[in-house]
Ligand binder design. Sequence first.
Ligand SMILES: Cc1cc2nc3c(=O)[nH]c(=O)nc-3n(C[C@H](O)[C@H](O)[C@H](O)COP(=O)(O)OP(=O)(O)OC[C@H]3O[C@@H](n4cnc5c(N)ncnc54)[C@H](O)[C@@H]3O)c2cc1C
Length: 417
Amino acid sequence: MKLQPIFNPSDWNLTQKQAALAEQSRELAASKFAPRAAKYDKEASFPTENYQDLANAGLLGICIPESEGGLGADLKTYMIAAAEIGRSCGATALTFNMHVSSCLWTGSLLDELELAPDIRAQHETMRRLHYKRILDEGKIYSQPFSEGGAAAAGFKAFGTTALKVDGGWKVTGKKIFASLSGHANFYGALCTALQTPDDKHSRRNTMYLAVPADADGVRVEGEWDPLGMRGTVSRTLIFDNVFVPDEAQLMPQGIYPSAAMRWPHMFMTLTPTYMGIAQACYDFTVAYLRGEVPGTPPVKRRMFPTKQLAVAQMRIMLEQTKSLWFQAISEAKPDPSQDSIMRAWSAQHTVMENANELAQLAIRTCGGQSMLRSLPLERLYRDSRCGSLMLPWTAELCLDKIGKGALYNAGESDDHE
Ligand SMILES: Cc1cc2nc3c(=O)[nH]c(=O)nc-3n(C[C@H](O)[C@H](O)[C@H](O)COP(=O)(O)OP(=O)(O)OC[C@H]3O[C@@H](n4cnc5c(N)ncnc54)[C@H](O)[C@@H]3O)c2cc1C
């Protein structure tokens, strides 16, 4: 069955590029990734074949600027295309996001921030190295930020350190939940830069380095047997005094902290996977109640009023989710207003929680036979639960930020009362 676009290009006023990249992503994922998704999920193995397909399609370079040989998608264009992948394989979409983030940060995001000419020139030389690896050699990057403490939530400096040495940096630390571990060629790690081992750790000194997976001192540890998103292979990464040359920086030193502050919508890039899952739960339910899911008997259940009501409820939730998300990603730009950031947090919370709510409604509505492992719905259900856990904008932290943002103006506190 041919999938219709999540965002119809004419209804949602997509640009030609947005429509074309979304179509290419949807068709590739539906034809190649969907049939393989159950195997990766069962084995908790990495979708290597999918990455070969992404490389062959040029999609590993989706967010590399056109001037550098890539497809030149900006944040919004990427998000719309990535949601189409999430419909067919959540683990591929989520890991693809980790890879693409390294190109988005270094590409259109930094291109829209003003940099001193010498820093810009340094950045362009450095990023060319990474882009060439991706485009010419099909290399994959990942994004291990989390450490199990408050750093990935943005409240503390990273415990992983990069100590300045002759010609580069020595990186030491541990990253948990490092999706693509053992499979990425480069780990795009956030660490705290130190000029001497005794320097105080500060968030102002956060730097973004590409650690080669095959460098001495890099290890992958631990089991990976989670509830959902099993194909992400998010094991623990250890960096033990790993030498990383100066040119392997993904951004010149000192740039990441202000880029992260000025581009808050970048933290929404974990949502398209779950936007796709939300759509897939609805699509499955409609097809199932019409008796049209391949591999199931052609039994129609659509004539029952309770099913019709449930589908209506799901449709309303899906439309609300799509509309808020589309509006939030359409507003993405440097230095957004506080109102716009509040909408981004609201959209993040809505997508992550509603994907799971739609999955549970789909199972309840379709019934017992729909949650057999031979069908994708139970995987969608398990995968959907993971969205709200992603730092820095977990569902809880979104509520926290929205509540505080609503009740306090910038700089206000109750300390004096
Ligand atoms: C499938 C999957 C793939 C992942 N892939 C990656 C990846 O590639 N790279 C990466 O860096 N991370 C990745 N993560 C990790 C993710 O972003 C989180 O870091 C991780 O889920 C945090 O787990 P934790 O048990 O340490 O949570 P904790 O940090 O203990 O937080 C538990 C909950 O408490 C709340 N909380 C945390 N800090 C605060 C605070 N300061 N104030 C109030 N509430 C707070 C949050 O709601 C959070 O959900 C992945 C996670 C999953 C599930």
